[in-house]
Design a protein around this ligand. Structure first.
Ligand code: AMP
Ligand code: ZN
Length: 111
C-alpha cells in the first residue's frame, strides 16, 4: 500500500521523530499549527483512530498515553489532542494519527 505514514513508521521516509516504540511513532508535523505540533501514529496501518480503537483498544490507549507523556516531557500544562476523522473534518492523511498541539492558546469552538 502506498501510504505516507506507513513509510514514516517504517523509517523509509525521514521525519523528526519525537518518540517511538514497537506500537507507535511520534514525529513533528511538517506544517506545524502551533509551537508544539506532534503526530502520534500506530506503526500498523489503520485508516483512522476510530478503526484503531475498534480493532485494538490497548493500542488506541497507548497512542493517547504517548501524547500525554510527550506533553508532560515538553512541560505543556495546556494542550490539545485532536483527531480529524474523515475528509469533511479535515483528515488529509488516511493513516490513523493523533495531533498533539501546544504552546499557544486555542479558540473554542474549533473552525
Ligand atoms: P490531517 O489533516 O488530520 O489528516 O493531518 C495530517 C497532517 O500530516 C497534517 O497536519 C500535515 O501537515 C501532516 N503531514 C503531511 N505530510 C507529512 C510529512 N511528510 N511529515 C510530517 N507531517 C506531515
Ligand atoms: Zn499507513
Amino acid at each position: 500500500m502506498d501510504c505516507l505514514f506507513c513509510k514514516i513508521a517504517a523509517g523509509e521516509i525521514p521525519a523528526a521523530i519525537v518518540k517511538k516504540n514497537d506500537s507507535y511513532t511520534a514525529f513533528n508535523d511538517i506544517t506545524p499549527q502551533a509551537p508544539t505540533h506532534v503526530l502520534i501514529i500506530p506503526n500498523q496501518h489503520f485508516s483512522n483512530m476510530a478503526e484503531v480503537a475498534k480493532a485494538d483498544r490497548e493500542l488506541a490507549g497507548e497512542i493517547f498515553k504517548a501524547a500525554g507523556e510527550i506533553a508532560s516531557e515538553i512541560g505543556l500544562d495546556s494542550y490539545r489532542m485532536n483527531v480529524n476523522t474523515g475528509a469533511g473534518a479535515g483528515q488529509s492523511v488516511f493513516h490513523a494519527h493523533l495531533h498533539l498541539l501546544g504552546g499557544r492558546t486555542f479558540a473554542w469552538p474549533p473552525g
